[in-house]
Design a protein around this ligand. Structure first.
Ligand code: HAM
Length: 428
C-alpha cells in the first residue's frame, strides 16, 4: 500500500518561488524604512527560557496558557525542559536588552527584528502556527514621542508597501495607578452579566477582567456595549500622554480611530495600545499590526525600570492584503545575460566577459560546457534571460561578440571592447 506523502505541519506553509517576490518586498521595505528612521537590526534565538514568556506575557494569557510550543525535555539534559519556541519577539528583545547591558548604551535604544514566531493556535485563514513578524522595540524614552515613532514607523512601512484604506485603532489602558480603579468599575458592571458570557470570560472576570472587553465571541461582544470606558478613568498623566500621542498622529496625517475596547492580548502593556487593520475589518479578524507601551516589562524580567514601546506586523497578513489590493512586487531581475560559447579560445574569452559583467552587477549565467549552440540557446530561453552573448572561435579570434536580444531575436556583431557598455546601456 502506498504511503501518503508527507505534508508541512498544520498551520505552517512553504513559501514557493512564485511567492518569494512578495516576501522579499515586505522584508526589503521594512528594513529600509525602519533603518531610515533610526532602528538597528537584532536577531534572536528562536527559542528562549519559557519563564520570560510566563512572566512577561502573563501566565493567564491565551498565548502562555494554550499556545506555547514547549520544547520537550531530553532525558539526559533536564534543563531543556524550560524552553519554548518564541511566540512573539518582545520578551526576547527585553531579555537581550538586559543581558547585553543596553541600558548603558545611548538612549533611546531602537531595535527591529524580522523573523518567525510560533503559536499553537487553531489554524485558519490568516492564522498560522508558524508566523513571521517584522517588529520594533524602543527602550529608554517615556515620552509620547516614542509612542508616535512606533505607530508612525509601522504606518510608514505599510504605506511604502502601497497598502491603502488602513486605520490605526488606538486606546490607552492607563497605568498601575488609574487602571485598578477602572477594573473595579468594570467588575461591578460585569457582576450582573456573568451568566451571559463564555466560560473563558468567566475566568477572565477573576484573573484578567480587562480582557472581557476583547473576547471575539458574539455572546460576549454584546455584553461590552454599555461597559464603562477606560478613557474616562485615566489619571491626568495617562490622559496627557495619550492626548499628546494622538496630536502627533494628527500632525503626521495618520488615520486613526479611538477604540475604548482595545486592550490587546498580552499582559505587559500600559498606556498606549494600538492595532492597524483595513477600514472594513472593524472586528479586526485580520489585524496586520499590533503594539503598545510596556513600561513594566524590563523591570519584571530583572533590570531597573525602563520605559519601552513597540509593535509587530504579521508578514503573512500583509502579503495577503497586498494581493487583495492588487499590489505587485517588483519582478526579480533574474538572469539578464547568458554567455554562449563554442570552442576552447571562446571559453577563455567568455570567462573574461563573465568577470567584466559580474563586476558591473549584471546577472550572468555562464557554464563553460561543450553543448552545441542550439542547446545553449534553449537553456538561455528557459532561464528567461534577456540577452545572449555568443562567442564562437571566429569571434574569439577577432575580438568580437554577437549580442542577441532574446525577446526580439535580433542580434548584432560588436567589437569586444564595447560589449559591456552596450549591455549596460540596454539593461538600463
Ligand atoms: P500580536 O498582536 O500578538 O503582538 O502580534 C502582532 C501581529 O502578528 C498581529 O497583528 C498579526 O498581524 C500577526 N499575528 C499574530 N498571530 C498570528 C498568527 N497566528 N498568524 C498570522 N499572523 C499572526 C505581538 O506579538 C507583540 N509582541 C507586538 C509588540 C511589540 N508589542 C510591543 N512590541
Amino acid at each position: 500500500m502506498s504511503q501518503q506523502p508527507y505534508q508541512a505541519p498544520r498551520g505552517t506553509k512553504d513559501v514557493l518561488p512564485e511567492n518569494q517576490p512578495y516576501w522579499q518586498m515586505v522584508q526589503d521595505v521594512s528594513r529600509k524604512t525602519l533603518e531610515g528612521v533610526g532602528f538597528q537590526k537584532i536577531d534572536l534565538p528562536h527559542f528562549e527560557n519559557a519563564d520570560i514568556y510566563n512572566r512577561g506575557l502573563g501566565d493567564q494569557t491565551d498565548i502562555v496558557q494554550k499556545e506555547m510550543f514547549l520544547l520537550q525535555s531530553s532525558p539526559e539534559k533536564s534543563e531543556d525542559s524550560s524552553y519554548a519556541l518564541r511566540p512573539e519577539g518582545t520578551a526576547g528583545v527585553v531579555r537581550s536588552y538586559i543581558q547585553h547591558g543596553m541600558s548603558s548604551w545611548s538612549q533611546p535604544v531602537r531595535l527591529y527584528y524580522i523573523g518567525a514566531m510560533f503559536r499553537r493556535e487553531r489554524p485558519q485563514k490568516g492564522r498560522y502556527r508558524e508566523l513571521y513578524q517584522a517588529g520594533v522595540e524602543i527602550f529608554g524614552d517615556a515620552s509620547p514621542k516614542s509612542d508616535y515613532l512606533a505607530i508612525m514607523s509601522a504606518w510608514e512601512v505599510l504605506k511604502r508597501l502601497g497598502l491603502k484604506n488602513l486605520v490605526v485603532f488606538a486606546n490607552s489602558i492607563g497605568c498601575s495607578k488609574c487602571r485598578p480603579k477602572y477594573l473595579a468599575k468594570l467588575k461591578k458592571y460585569y457582576k450582573e452579566l456573568l451568566a451571559n458570557v463564555c466560560e473563558d470570560c468567566q475566568q477572565r472576570y477573576e484573573q484578567n477582567p480587562l480582557r472581557l472587553l476583547d473576547c471575539k465571541r458574539e455572546q460576549c461582544q454584546n455584553t461590552t456595549e454599555n461597559a464603562p470606558i477606560i478613557l474616562d478613568s485615566l489619571c491626568n498623566e495617562c490622559r496627557n500622554h495619550f492626548q499628546q500621542t494622538l496630536e502627533y498622529l494628527d500632525y503626521f496625517d495618520i488615520h486613526y480611530d479611538l477604540d475604548p475596547k482595545l486592550v490587546r492580548g498580552l499582559d505587559y502593556y500600559n498606556n498606549t495600545v494600538f492595532e492597524i487593520t483595513v477600514e472594513n475589518d472593524r472586528n479586526r479578524q485580520n489585524t496586520i499590526c499590533g503594539g503598545g507601551r510596556y513600561d513594566g516589562l524590563v523591570e519584571m524580567l530583572g533590570e531597573t525600570s525602563t520605559p519601552a514601546v513597540g509593535f509587530a506586523c504579521g508578514i503573512e497578513r500583509i502579503i495577503r492584503l497586498l494581493k487583495e489590493q492588487g499590489i505587485k512586487p517588483p519582478a526579480s531581475r533574474g538572469v539578464e545575460v547568458c554567455i554562449l560559447q563554442l570552442g576552447e579560445k571562446a571559453k577563455e574569452v567568455s570567462k573574461e566577459v563573465y568577470d567584466q559583467l559580474s563586476r558591473e552587477d549584471i546577472n550572468v549565467y555562464f557554464v563553460p560546457c561543450n553543448d552545441g549552440l542550439r542547446q545553449q540557446l534553449q537553456t538561455a530561453n528557459k532561464l528567461n534571460a534577456r540577452y545572449a552573448i555568443i562567442i564562437g572561435q571566429r569571434e574569439a579570434m577577432k575580438n568580437e561578440a554577437i549580442l542577441r536580444d532574446l525577446s526580439g531575436s535580433t542580434q548584432e556583431l560588436l567589437p569586444s571592447k564595447f560589449l559591456v557598455e552596450e549591455v549596460k546601456r540596454r539593461l538600463s
